[in-house]
Design a protein around this ligand. Structure first.
Ligand code: ZN
Length: 221
């Protein structure tokens, strides 16, 4: 069994993301995000490898509808094979940024040009184009992100610490997926700084009075 997600209702979007990763159809930032997740959570690597190895029909089946019986398929895979060796890539020196992301954003977080969005909340824009953007967020313990919605989806990988929102509690290695329906205010855990890598496929829309001010600070949108 793999317990990397938040229970019923949270598994399918992540499985769909992993399937798209296996099929090679993700955008470069999302591809890196999933690779980083897999380097922290080797169990899900087996799932991706299984998708890749399921011969030609893997890609057709790699849709949300095709992997409902994930546990059954995993059970059948593991029942008659030796334990799968998992090679965990070396993390960057700071232990926060996994290798697949370090190659994308650089190893040393302290050297990045962080922009303070609100007291205790910094952002580093990794890349941005008309289809969306990828950012690192560094949130001090207990801080709350401005409320916002998304025109598209936002996929967030926790690299350090953790945060909670209405959809659950996420710790290092967890992926949170927020779609256009979600208006949320993620709150960092009290016990550590929270560092996340977030990929949106459309600009954020900040809501509420603080949000409108921060929207201007965020710049272009
Ligand atoms: Zn969000």
């Amino acid at each position: 069994m793999i317990h990397d997600t938040k229970g019923p209702g949270r598994e399918q979007p992540i499985d769909a993301l992993l399937a798209a990763y296996a099929a090679g159809t993700l955008s470069p930032p999302l591809h890196r995000l999933v690779a980083a997740h897999l380097s922290i959570r080797p169990d899900n690597r087996r799932f991706v490898r299984m998708l890749e190895e399921s011969a030609g029909n893997a890609v057709e089946n790699a849709s949300p509808a095709g992997i409902h019986d994930r546990d059954a398929r995993l059970a059948s895979i593991f029942s008659d094979t030796a334990p799968v060796r998992t090679e965990r890539p070396k993390a960057a020196a700071d232990g926060v940024v996994p290798a697949p992301l370090a190659a994308f954003i650089g190893h040393d977080l302290a050297d990045l040009h962080w922009k303070t969005v609100l007291p205790g909340i910094k952002e580093y824009r990794v890349c941005e184009d008309e289809r969306g953007e990828a950012s690192l967020l560094w949130i001090k313990p207990g801080r709350i992100m401005p409320a916002h919605t998304h025109d598209g989806s936002e996929v967030t990988l926790v690299l350090r610490g953790g945060f909670s929102d209405a959809t659950g509690h996420y710790r290092r290695g967890d992926i949170a997926i927020a779609d256009a329906e979600v208006d949320h205010r993620p709150r960092a855990d009290e016990d550590d700084d929270c560092i996340c890598f977030a990929v949106t496929d459309a600009p954020l829309r900040l809501t509420g009075p603080v949000g409108r001010i921060v929207q201007r600070l965020f710049g272009s949108h």
